[in-house]
Design a protein around this ligand. Structure first.
Ligand SMILES: NC(=O)c1ccc[n+]([C@@H]2O[C@H](COP(=O)([O-])OP(=O)(O)OC[C@H]3O[C@@H](n4cnc5c(N)ncnc54)[C@H](O)[C@@H]3O)[C@@H](O)[C@H]2O)c1
Ligand SMILES: [Zn+2]
Length: 367
């Protein structure tokens, strides 16, 4: 069976093997490359030269490096450019960039000519370990993020951790939140590995970096394989820390708070909630917090984007739809490090705000 994980290749330099990988996966050597301004500048020439050397026919598209590129107007423009360049269903789309390029490119590939193959070449830590895997592709609507999209699995995910060398440290820590998440939700030995080698991984030192990236990518693929359409609750565990994170991101109006930073704070809240509700034993909480202590934020981000808000305001912001009468929040909790579950029952509001307050106290003391 073709599975998401059989499509993931982790290798340096991956681009020089792309011809052979395309052949092995039955893909035509005709690809539209989608970059953002940064990935075009940093990697474009090298990738295009390598593809041309390997006998590829190529077309190139570039979008501005910002979240607003994940929009219908921008997709519409790209459809036009592809039609004008005579791109038909025999072509495929290669996304070179972070989650923005991957989601936008995936969305376009899922819809153009009723669907063409998409290949992901992620260049951020978040994209290598999370967004490029699992086939969720989307654009944003003015009324909400990621609301318009498809499930469209990539034919190939080509991961080359050496692309991370130019990534700013803030983005590394952001991606590291998702990496650590996999240790918490499904793999105690990975958690131990990260505890031991956190500094090497964020310092992009090999072989730790490649090990952390591959284990994360394959963990995500495995979870997705078992619960592709999010029906059993397993895929939902990938949202550990995210119920809190979404509240913080919304309060910040998505400005000056990276998703991974919100997830880092959200995971601390979720650890405290797991403890409060009697699932996570005290020593495991302490161990979990020990790893969370290693995360670094740019000056003022935690103060302005978390500590400045009361727990009630954060709680309120965690509901995605303010108008719903029957409002319910779903939480992913841990009963031990390495095992998460989707908590089915209602959680008392006071427990949720209590967990936020615990996290606020913890962040205040850690300074
Ligand atoms: N589809 C999914 O399952 C999924 C999961 C998580 C997040 N997402 C989406 O991913 C997006 C966030 O992705 P992201 O964090 O990768 O952000 P991003 O794509 O905006 O990239 C962050 C910044 O890094 C730059 N960049 C990329 N690679 C670089 C490199 N190697 N060196 C230097 N700079 C580089 C980009 O140009 C950009 O400025 C959001 O839109 C989010 O909704 C999707
Ligand atoms: Zn996330």
């Amino acid at each position: 069976m073709e599975t998401p994980s059989s499509h993931i290749v982790v290798r340096t330099p991956v681009i020089d093997a792309i011809g052979e990988l395309y052949a092995a996966h039955g893909l035509a050597r005709k690809c539209v490359l989608l970059f953002d301004g940064n990935t075009r500048r940093l990697f474009g020439d090298r990738i295009l030269e390598s593809l041309q050397r390997q006998g590829f026919q190529t077309r190139e598209l570039v979008v501005p490096a910002r979240e607003t590129s994940k929009s219908l107007p921008s997709a519409w423009k790209l459809y036009g450019a592809m039609i004008e360049a005579d791109v038909d269903r025999s072509w495929n789309l290669l996304c070179v960039g972070g989650g923005v390029v991957g989601d936008l490119g995936g969305y376009i590939a899922a819809s153009y000519y009723r669907g063409i193959p998409v290949v992901q070449l992620p260049t951020t830590l978040l994209a290598m370990t999370d967004s490029s895997i699992g086939g969720k592709v989307a654009i944003n609507h003015p009324l909400g993020k990621n609301l318009i999209g498809f499930f469209h699995l990539p034919e190939l995910v080509l991961i080359d951790p050496s692309f991370l060398r130019s990534l700013p440290s803030r983005e590394i820590y952001g991606g590291m939140a998702e990496v650590v998440k996999y240790g918490f939700i499904s793999d105690r030995s990975f958690f131990d590995f990260l505890n031991e080698h956190f500094d090497e991984v964020v310092g992009l030192r090999e072989p730790y970096l490649t090990e952390a990236v591959s284990r994360s990518a394959f963990t995500k693929a495995e979870v997705v394989e078992k619960d592709f359409r999010e029906t059993t609750g397993l895929r939902a565990t990938l949202n550990f820390g995210h119920t809190f994170a979404h509240g913080l991101e919304k309060l910040a109006e998505y400005r000056n708070l990276r998703h991974g930073e919100a997830v880092t704070i959200g995971m601390v809240c979720a650890l405290f909630l797991s403890k409060r509700l009697g699932f996570l034993p005290e020593p495991e909480l302490a161990e979990g917090l020990g790893l969370m202590r290693r995360f670094r934020f740019p000056g003022g981000v935690v103060d302005r984007r978390f500590l400045a808000h009361g727990s009630d305001a954060i709680f309120e912001s965690m509901f995605s739809d303010k108008k719903k009468i029957d409002r319910k929040l779903r939480f992913v909790l841990l009963d031990r490090i390495g095992h998460a579950f989707l908590h089915g029952e209602d959680v008392k509001n006071a427990e949720v705000t209590g967990a936020i307050d615990d996290a606020r106290a913890w962040f205040s003391n850690r300074k």
